[in-house]
Design a protein around this ligand. Structure first.
Ligand SMILES: Nc1ncnc2c1ncn2[C@@H]1O[C@H](COP(=O)(O)OP(=O)(O)OP(=O)(O)O)[C@@H](O)[C@H]1O
Length: 873
């Protein structure tokens, strides 16, 4: 029995994942899958790259499939339950209901407490009756997502004991007061879109004509009161029947949303997976379709809902029926609000990257969606939360609000960084870069094309206090902006990066870095066209919010396929994006949001492969754009672009000069001073350990990595190790050994690769020497041959070319009139290489024209090339 089978996963899904080399479940899958199959609300906090997508994807897919097949007895498809009764899942806490679901009461006489019934009426004319047993009461109809206090929002329509009708907090005289013993009839006519009431059979007239926005929304019977007791009657015969109105308990199923879907043969979704970004939604959608590939009879229909896709496609999918929807919160909520997406049958609500979803949910749509899904249902909806950072107070509060008795799967107990990710800070100090000043300015003037473009945030002087107190601040900030892209390029060279994800703060920064790298050779002219490709050391593409969806998709794909070396991105790629075997991440600025530090660096070192994440951190403050303007920076430019956003008066109360446009945000502008050393402290607090620091000269990291530049770095490391390192000699040796053989992009602890790298490194000088000796010999040989040939020709001509006249008899190769150049002469045979490690690094090395010997001699290997898509753990 396979390990996935033991977890309860069916053979068809196992077959699909095994094809992707998933032979064993990861620890998080091991824990979470049985809990989800068991029916609980589950909260999963596990490291980046630990296999969370499978942890929710496999069990959700399986249950959806079982539900569709109607085979699983405990999770059998929820048969339509059209019995009308008071709904235990749709009431205020203080309301108690009798077992038959017909009587309710609340002893709370301070506040209004409400309850709705299970049936939602879309069409036809229906009524129910309420007998007042005691207390103050309001009765009527409301939408499933309206507040439970009847009549205080515009989605509910009530009639109260004091003889008032109540809607949207407006209380108006209507009918007459009622009291204990009275029976109130509540009548809804969906043809005329009216609501009326009767008292003990007496018609009180039309109370409401439904507003247009409510005419297509289902309404449910609703009772609400203060210290009250009431008995409802939903089934016939009514005490006071009204002609033309049927008791709501006898509703025609096609007049309810559930019945309508069924009658039209629609399949409303059973599972909804919410993702914070389009790119992640697309990736999860692809994973789900892969898991689904062998399930049939019936097939599970999975649809993607994100912006930038033709809506007609999505409508057609909904018309035909869809079982699992994957999408962004905004898009899915848009469809729910427009009544296009029916959430009444959902069995699963999955919040992937839940903390990010919560943060982006300024309109509080998630709690509303959850309430809408749960109202009016008798079966459980499972809510699942997943993230590597699930411990923020806000997300914990949301969990409390929308789950019931959830189970935590929290393997590490805090937001942690996987052991496979080496993450380090590389400080750059603008004061130390003395070349800058006038010399650098001169260089820039001479070779403007080789300089990075700045983001325009400094183009005008500011009057903020930091500028006044530190006259150098702006200059240093500008210098930082010039140094960072240059540092990216330096790192790319030093580590001979085959692939790297580079995070920038803004869309503009991405554009500028792309442009800079392209100018340095990222694109080359092929047949008159500038093109990029992995053979170019700086080949790059961009994944950022301002690029259109098609471009984002194709750029991500080409990076995943290994067609380019650098993916320059904003935080849209911080979470979830899975690039198999990615060896390097660089952050050119730390993220605004500290949680994203963990997510960004977690793009490498996934699925047990090693990764190195370098954060380029400025020692001084850097001025950055921080758009609060309505266009979020689209129209925001230095003077005069964002002037309307600034405050025209300075702190002294005097009108500011017109060109003083670049005020910082606390003074009304659109920029802030970014304090990265302070952010590093926050990161350290968050991950509970100090950051390792990378040497800006030789890129070594004490105790973790040797310098890619070889001996000098090694000596320095040794010195540091003897001065600082208290651990035993053995531990030191082990660490050094690890550092010397770490191969980014390769599997953690893969001894073969480690040994290969070590041996190759040891053999490198000998191999290089052998190669040059061979070359020399071949050249001598060729020379001899050429001489022999000429000598021969001369002898035949009877000439006196004596030089080779007495060539050795063994040189009968002269038979060939033109000696064929040995391939080794034209191109010396490559140095023998140790067996190819699994990382595909050597493939890439060949492409680079960089010999393995050279690369290994540096003690580094990127393991790059085309990333291995199928991870084997
Ligand atoms: N059981 C498994 N066996 C082998 N590989 C696996 C297994 N489960 C997942 N993987 C691989 O591990 C990688 C990371 O998985 P996944 O993207 O689900 O991580 P995650 O935990 O969601 O990370 P993040 O927090 O960054 O979103 C993927 O390439 C996936 O194919």
């Amino acid at each position: 029995m396979s390990a996935f089978e033991e977890l309860g996963i069916c053979p068809e899904i196992i077959q699909a994942v095994e094809e992707d080399d998933w032979l064993l479940p990861t620890p998080v899958q091991q824990e979470a899958i049985p809990l989800i199959l068991g029916g609980g609300d589950v909260l999963v906090a596990a490291e980046t790259g630990s296999g969370k997508t499978g942890a929710f994807g496999l069990p959700c897919l399986q249950i959806v499939h079982e539900t569709l097949r109607g085979k699983c007895s405990t999770r059998k498809a929820h048969a339509l339950n059209l019995k009308c009764e008071l709904n235990l899942n749709d009431k205020d806490m203080f309301v108690l209901v009798t077992e038959d679901g017909m009587e309710c009461k609340s002893e709370d006489d301070k506040r209004w407490n409400g309850i709705r019934a299970t049936i939602e009426v879309m069409q036809g004319s229906y009524m129910f009756e309420v007998e007042v047993v005691e207390g103050l009461l309001r009765v009527g109809w409301s939408a499933g997502f309206a507040k439970l206090e009847l009549g205080i929002d515009d989605k509910s329509f009530g009639f109260g004991s004091t003889g008032k009708k109540s809607w949207n907090r407006k209380f108006e005289d209507y009918g007459e007061a009622f009291e204990e013993g009275d029976i109130i009839g509540c009548l809804l006519d969906r043809e005329k879109q009216t609501i009326s009431f009767t008292k003990n059979g007496r018609d009180l007239g039309v109370a409401y004509k439904l507003p247009p926005d409510m005419q297509r929304i289902g309404l449910k019977p609703h009772i609400c009161g203060k210290g009250f007791m009431a008995a409802a009657k939903f089934d016939g015969p009514m005490e006071y029947p009204v002609e033309g109105y049927t008791p709501v308990g006898e509703i025609d199923p096609t007049h309810t949303p559930q019945g309508t879907s069924q009658a039209k043969g629609k399949r409303p979704p059973l599972c909804m997976i919410l993702e914070p970004t389009r790119d992640l939604a697309e990736q999860t959608y692809k994973c789900m379709t892969t898991f689904n590939k062998y399930l049939d009879n019936p097939t599970v229909r999975i649809t993607l809902f994100v912006g930038g896709i033709d809506e007609k496609e999505q409508f057609r999918a909904l018309e035909e029926g869809v079982d699992i929807v994957v999408g962004t919160l905004q898009k899915l909520m848009d469809y729910v609000r427009r009544g296009k997406l029916d959430v009444t049958q959902l069995k699963f609500l999955v919040l992937d990257e839940a903390d990010d979803l919560q943060k982006k949910d300024d309109r509080k749509e998630i709690p509303r969606l959850n309430a809408q899904i749960k109202r009016g249902r008798r079966d459980r909806v499972q809510t699942l939360f997943f993230s590597a950072t699930l411990h923020t107070p806000e997300v914990v509060q949301m969990i409390d609000e929308i789950t019931s008795r959830p189970i935590w799967v929290d393997l590490k107990g805090k937001d942690s960084v996987p052991e496979t990710v080496h993450h380090v800070a590389l400080y750059i100090d603008p004061y130390q870069d003395l070349q800058w000043s006038d010399a650098e300015i001169a260089v820039r003037a001479k070779a403007p094309k080789e300089q990075p473009e700045l983001d325009g945030v400094h183009t005008k002087p500011t009057m903020s206090s930091i500028d006044r107190n530190h006259p150098d601040a702006l200059k240093m900030s500008e210098k930082i902006k010039m140094m960072k892209p240059k540092m990216v390029v330096k790192l790319a060279d030093a580590f001979n990066m085959s692939q790297c994800l580079v995070f920038c703060r803004t869309n503009v920064d991405c554009n500028n870095l792309e442009d800079y790298m392209n100018r340095l050779g990222g694109t080359k002219a092929y047949g008159g066209k500038m093109e990029t490709g992995k053979e170019n050391p700086y080949s790059c593409v961009v994944l950022a919010g301002m690029r259109n969806q098609d471009e984002r998709r194709s750029n991500l794909e080409s990076f995943k396929e290994g067609d380019v070396r650098f993916l320059i991105c904003t935080d849209v790629a911080a979470r979830g994006i899975d690039i198999a075997g990615l060896p390097f991440v660089i952050q050119t600025t730390l993220p605004d949001d500290i949680e994203n530090y963990i997510h960004r660096i977690g793009r490498c070192g996934r699925a047990e492969r090693m990764g190195l994440a370098i954060s380029v951190v400025a020692t001084e403050k850097e001025k950055v754009w921080y758009h609060k303007c309505p266009s979020r920076g689209k129209d925001c430019k230095p003077w005069p672009g964002n002037t309307k956003l600034t405050i025209p008066f300075g702190p002294d109360g005097k009108l500011r000069p017109r060109d003083d446009a670049n005020w910082i945000i606390d003074e009304g502008g659109c920029s802030i001073w970014y304090d990265e050393p302070d952010l590093i402290k926050k990161v350290e607090t968050r991950i509970g350990m100090p950051m390792k620091v990378m040497d800006p000269e030789d890129f070594s990291v004490a105790g973790v990595l040797e310098s890619p530049f070889g001996e000098a770095g090694k000596k320095r490391l040794k010195k540091e190790a003897t001065v600082k390192e208290p651990p035993s000699r053995r531990a030191q040796m082990r660490k050094k050994e690890e550092a010397a053989v770490v191969v980014y992009g390769a599997k953690k602890g893969d001894k073969t690769i480690a040994m290969t790298a070590k041996h190759t490194s040891a053999l490198a000088p000998v191999v290089t020497e052998l190669a040059s000796l061979e070359k020399e010999i071949q050249q001598i040989f060729a020379k001899v041959m050429r001489g022999a040939q000429w000598g021969n020709v001369a002898a035949q001509a009877g000439g006196g070319m004596t030089q080779h006249a007495t060539r050795p008899a063994s040189a009968n190769l002269q038979a060939s009139p033109k000696p064929k150049a040995s391939p080794a002469v034209a191109a010396p045979s490559p140095a023998p290489v140790a067996p190819t490690p699994k990382t595909e690094g050597p493939v890439d090395m060949e492409v680079d024209g960089d010999t393995p010997a050279k690369r290994v001699a540096t003690g580094w290997a990127s393991g790059g090339g085309k990333p291995k898509r199928k991870a084997r753990w």
